[in-house]
Design a protein. Sequence first.
Length: 144
Amino acid sequence: MKTCSEVMTKNPSCCLPTGAVLGVAQLMKKENVGSIPVIESEQTKILVGIVTDRDLVLQVVVDGRDAKTTIVADVMTHKVITCRADDNINKAVDAMAEHQLRRILVVDNDYKIVGIISQADVAIRVGQPEETGEMVKDISQPTG
């Protein structure tokens, strides 16, 4: 079975918690992604959160906040579910299903960001259609 490092997208684009959300939205557009890991600093690369396109819509656009002055720390998710690069991919898939995540961040032993695994990464690189279908079903189940 594959490890997370074999499936993940390595070295994802990141942002800082002090940056303006407008810059993050522009980075999402440029990179054609829906989420950006938030790191403590460019030097440490220690993961402190994640910001998604949904966060930007629900916490900035809908609330009429200014994207130029609202900072990432005010809208990001601080508690992030992660996996390690050497974890078995099944561990990541199970965590994605359990927590209804469309993506999971991959960190090293020092909690530095090293990659990200999306549903598409699993579908393309794992080659287990039944398992991938079950994961998508579990993630998409309404909570309640």
